[in-house]
Write a protein that binds this ligand. Structure first.
Ligand code: SF4
Length: 352
């Protein structure tokens, strides 16, 4: 969930990433402590391929160009091969976030032919990884999957869920990623949602550990400049002030055209229920644009959303921006988390 929409640095130069983040199912072979979606083994429900493909096809017409699949474990989605084949044919850059444990065998091999980027989740050294994943041997299996990626895909990387003391292992993580010949290390702060609320409720960031993470990232990105792209989903307040377009769509106008929609909402989310949301995964359902099963055209959903909700979106971004500028104590900011929290404060579940 990048804040500056630059996840796919492997897109051809000059193309801005406009991402559809899809959660096709919450089925997973693991049950990790930090899971933001409470994914687990044995969850049968998954999005119907035909309805999903229909919306993806329409989204390409309004400017979206990247598919980002997560979940759950995407490799458990029954029709993953059909899905990535379809989105590739529709012109998308296909990216998948995976725990890396199901990448062996001919099915995965066929799927990977249509995937441009895989981000494999990693929690630290073997013991720490297995502990967070609640499964002995998870690290070893993940490395076997990484070996498959090295042989079969152009670009792959690692994604690490940042905990307050993650700064202690960032240097190891960067070295590990380079040793494994990855091109990306994505650092995303722990989200207090799903299972993480119950298992890691006490793991809240304070400014000191945010500073340590921020500075370590800066140092490592400079040091490994030519070897690894390290993406951090945290921003300095001054950065936001100087570049409000990173986070605050100050040019939002209710009369905006449909094709301009993807320039404002560079990330569209399709959750496990088929709901289509802008802004960020986990934001208030008040902002739901529509649902893939509704039979309605995506352009009609967007049109209605812009007429009815755009002023509220502007309010949400402005209020979040103001709260960051007003809080002199907080310099390092997780914009995404703040905007999600603010969305529930301003627009609770059933507000109309
Ligand atoms: S964090 Fe990822 S691998 Fe772990 S349970 Fe959730 S979806 Fe599965």
């Amino acid at each position: 969930m990048p804040q500056n929409n630059e996840t796919c640095e492997t897109l051809p130069a000059g193309r801005v990433s406009k991402i559809i983040q899809i959660h096709p199912s919450l089925n997973c072979n693991l049950q990790c402590k930090h899971c933001y979606s409470s994914s687990a083994p044995g969850i049968k429900k998954e999005l119907a391929f035909d309805d999903l493909a229909n919306i993806i096809g329409q989204a390409a017409e309004v400017g979206y160009n990247v598919i980002s699949l997560s979940g759950g474990e995407p490799f458990l989605y029954q029709q993953l091969e059909e899905l990535v084949r379809f989105s590739k044919a529709a012109g998308y850059f296909n990216s998948v976030t995976s725990n890396g444990m199901l990448l062996k065998g001919s099915r995965a091999k066929n799927i990977l032919k249509h995937v441009d980027l895989v981000a494999v989740s990693i929690d630290g050294k073997e013991e720490q990884h297995d502990q967070m994943r609640c499964q002995t041997g998870a690290f070893k299996k993940m490395r076997e999957g990484v070996a498959v990626l090295r042989d079969s895909i152009k670009s792959y990387g690692f994604i690490h869920t940042l905990l307050p003391d993650s700064w202690k292992i960032l240097s190891w993580l960067a070295g590990f990623a380079i040793d494994e010949k990855a091109s990306l290390l994505h650092l995303h702060p722990l989200e207090m949602s799903g299972r993480a609320i119950h298992t890691l409720g006490g793991s809240l960031f304070n400014q000191t550990n945010l500073y340590k993470i921020y500075i370590s990232h800066y140092y490592l990105q400079t040091y490994f400049e030519n070897d690894l792209f390290i993406q951090l989903d945290l921003l300095h307040r001054n950065n936001i002030r100087n570049n409000p377009n990173f986070v605050f769509h100050e040019n939002c106008k209710p009369q905006l055209t449909i094709t301009g929609f993807s320039s404002i909402f560079k990330e569209l989310i399709i959750n496990e229920n088929g709901d289509i949301l802008p802004i960020a995964h986990g934001c208030s359902p008040f902002f739901t644009i529509g649902n893939i099963y509704s039979g309605e055209k995506l352009s009609s959903m967007i049109d209605r959303f812009m007429q009815e909700k755009m002023n509220y979106v502007i309010d949400l971004f402005q209020t979040t921006y103001d709260s960051i500028m007003d809080d002199k104590e907080q310099e390092i900011v997780n914009w995404s988390e703040m905007v999600i929290r603010q969305s529930f404060t301003l627009f609770p579940l059933h507000a109309a």
